[in-house]
Design a protein around this ligand. Structure first.
Ligand code: UDP
Ligand code: MG
Length: 328
């Protein structure tokens, strides 16, 4: 079989109920576009029978393959593994839960043929989400566009098509704290958005808790901005200046009017305030140090336990071959 022209990467974590309905809807769409397609499932350490189901469909349709992780590494890493194993000239990334309508891929491919190297699905309405979640998403985009080093198209997620050229660049980015949305924007290239409406999750529930989302947002900002690290210099300056001004004020007042030892509460308040500030700034520094630590350990991004179908042709060894050296 000639190498596929179109690859679809689907990260899956405990999605056994979704695999069959997904394939039913996705495969006809792919076949309409080109017979030279492949699907690469990335089984992100599922504990249900997701992998067995994929194996079964792979036996009847050899264009469906899979990479299976030794444990759960997270969606971002699963996408990275998908990019390592996809062989298409264009690579589509989508979720397994049918929230990303497969029919959109046709539009993606059209735009790609027009010459766009990156075509992203842009969600037009987020009314399916809770108001708090939407509020935080908005705040995140605001913060990111203000402090991040690159602009992030709003409403653009992982559902997208990337040209081989972009895929190869993404593969050289070996960072551990992966914020894919930022990386897609960072690599540049001619990009365009296609609006779409996110559908209801088919089976199961979302695996993103509020805590995970918060962590993810922080990763995003911290990987693309050093402002949280630098801002403390300015806050420090400001506070020192205020402290000097206060000291001058009290000195003068004491000289003029004497003192009767008031102000004990304000002393306690200021001590608490400044220990808070210090702990916070220390914590921010710690976040970055933690990231540096994660990077210098130079562990592979993921460990593959098994490869199925076309994905197996990329590499057959169990030992992580994806040890990425930075191309200096
Ligand atoms: N996913 C994954 N690893 C994880 C969590 C999720 O590969 O640790 C996959 C999941 O199977 C799905 C996609 O990522 O295909 C999106 O997950 P989910 O629907 O939970 O996220 P949401 O749509 O709420 O953003
Ligand atoms: Mg989902």
């Amino acid at each position: 079989m000639a190498s596929p022209k179109l690859s679809v990467i689907i990260p899956v974590h405990n999605e056994s109920a979704n695999i069959a309905p997904l394939c039913e809807r996705l495969l006809p769409v792919l076949t309409r576009i080109t017979p030279a397609w492949e699907v690469v499932f990335v089984d992100d350490g599922s504990r249900d029978d997701t992998l067995e189901i994929i194996k079964t469909v792979s036996q009847t349709e050899p264009r469906i393959g899979a990479v299976s992780f030794s444990r759960n590494f997270g969606k971002e890493i699963a996408i990275a593994a998908g990019l390592d194993h996809a062989r298409g000239d264009a690579v589509v990334i989508m979720d397994a839960d049918l929230q990303h309508p497969p029919e959109m891929i046709e539009t993606f491919v059209e735009r790609w043929r027009e010459g766009f190297l990156m075509v992203y699905g842009q969600r037009t309405d987020r009314s399916d989400e809770t108001r708090t979640k939407r509020g935080f998403a908005q705040l995140f985009y605001k913060l990111f566009s203000r402090f991040g080093e690159i602009p992030l198209p709003e409403g653009a997620g992982d559902f997208r098509l990337i040209d081989r050229k972009g895929v190869e660049v993404l593969r050289t980015l070996g960072e551990k704290a992966r914020f894919s949305k930022g990386l897609y924007a960072w690599i540049g290239f001619k990009a365009t958005g296609v609006p779409f409406v996110v559908e209801e999750r088919r089976f199961g529930t979302t695996q993103w808790s509020f805590r995970k989302l918060f962590r993810f947002a922080f990763d995003g900002i911290a990987s693309f901005s050093t402002v949280p690290l630098r801002i403390w210099t300015y806050i420090g300056f400001l506070i020192s200046f205020l402290a000097i001004a206060t000291a001058v004020f009290f000195t003068i007042r004491t000289l003029l009017f004497g003192t009767d030892l008031p102000g004990f509460p304000s002393l306690i308040v200021s001590v608490m305030f400044f220990s808070g500030i210090q702990l916070m700034s220390l914590g921010i520094v710690g976040e970055y140090v933690g990231r540096i630590f994660a990077e210098v350990k130079r562990r592979p991004l993921y460990v593959v336990a098994e490869r199925i179908g076309g994905a197996a042709e990329v590499s057959s060894d169990i030992v992580p071959e994806n040890y990425r050296m930075r191309r200096a």
